[in-house]
Design a protein around this ligand. Sequence first.
Ligand SMILES: O=C(O)C[C@H](O)C(=O)O
Ligand code: SF4
Length: 539
Amino acid sequence: MRKFEDSVYDLIVETSTNLPGDVRRAIAAGRALEDKDTRSGLALATIAQNIGMAELQVSPICQDTGMPTFVIHTPIGVNQLEMKRDIRQAVVRATRDGKLRPNSVDSLTGGNSGDNLGEGTPVIHFEQWEEEHVDVRLILKGGGCENKNIQYSLPAELEGLGKAGRDLDGIRKCILHAVYQAQGQGCSAGFIGVGIGGDRTSGYELAKKQLFRKADDMNPIPELLELENYIMENANKLGIGTMGFGGEVTLLGCKVGVMNRLPASFFVSVAYNCWAFRRQGVLIDTATGDIREWLYERGSGITVGAVAAKTPPDMDTPEAENSGERAVQPAAAESSAAVGADTAGGAREIRLTTPISEEDIRRLRVGDVVILSGEMHTGRDALHKYLIDHESPVDLSGAVIYHCGPVMLKDEEGWHVKAAGPTTSIREEPYQGDIIKKFGIRAVIGKGGMGAGTLQALHDHGGVYLNAIGGAAQYYAECIKKVNGVDFLEFGIPEAMWHLTIDGFAAIVTMDSHGNSLHADVEKDSASKLALFREAVFK
Ligand SMILES: O=C(O)C[C@H](O)C(=O)O
Ligand code: SF4
């Protein structure tokens, strides 16, 4: 298998950069249900544009390239140790080329190995089979949606839904609850894999295995087919919408599998995958290691919901060419006025340059689209923890902090941003309010929203929370014009504090300085909708 390493490298690049055909079709179907002038509609347009950009530039769709997880079937007699070595080498090469973000972090020291190798990473599962070829499947599932996985132990009392028993109806309630509890934090609209039964480990394994099914397949077990169809019909009624902005489309796929359990245990395990559902597979020639076949329809040429052109496209991408639609960032906006024209859907569009004054911030309201220029600083988990009891290396008064762990590459000219979408902000909730006040920060950009402590700090100090579109890593990388410097590189590339010059960086105000939070509103509204599913359906 001389060519095996190259084939695995090609599989990694394809998986990270080119969303498969079945996933694209599912997003397109979701997009067709959403009014394109709403926040969710605009977010979906950004996602569509980002998918096209990633393919064209052969760059990661999302900056979080996840935990590389390989599932491999080999004929008897194939040397699995050699294959493992080749896979590890391919992973290192893909990381060095900016197709994977260095994502392997020592859980005790916090050190990043820098090449995606480390204890337990990448994940490689081998199984033998009677076929003559090698089947290699890869999923790159990011950390934000991984955090929204959930496991239920039945019987249980579920918020809004009441008792969930050890039967199909109890399982139905668990799945609806799983979609509800994710809100927008796992970059909805999502895909879920559900495992019924097993133990705590094998239940999750079964759930993740469902994510390898094709989006448009049919469950061979009639009860499960019925359950999947029920969930697909009803989960969207929760109204969570893309990124948790509220809307018609919350779930894009649901696959359920079942296995036996112990008499005492009844687990329902749910693996939540964001819209950036990156999985591919190849059949490999056992003699040469060449790729003979791709196992999922490749994405190239499949648009994510083309609709009649309304405004001229602002990006030269396949998606933009095909759709002619506008994304979050307006197509043509040269105005430098602080408060500009209304965007689609009646939202105000406001241009701001850093450092931002309190007065400008207090003028912003939930729903406004802000177009930022100037300098911003990335900061996520390690930096927030650090800043609580240390000084900042740069002046942060009037500053913008971006919850982002980018993919960065260095050459003779310096650092380059290869992918830079937002990370889930709620993890910084224990620190954010104090940090806003301590350093005089005016805007925090992230995704999924923040809690009551941050909302209070935004009110008291004069700040806003801006929601960028999760997963749109190429779209935002395009708005970053220069890397001015970096601090805390010892935290690892994703966790370092990158100082970036931006131009035309668009995000939506979802928490303002007047006590309004779109996230709190959508959560409350979806909780009341969840309660409508309390009555038994499967008797
Ligand atoms: O780690 C990241 O960059 C993002 C993460 O996948 C998230 O969704 O929060
Ligand atoms: S940022 Fe969003 S799209 Fe990217 S891996 Fe995390 S959950 Fe998925």
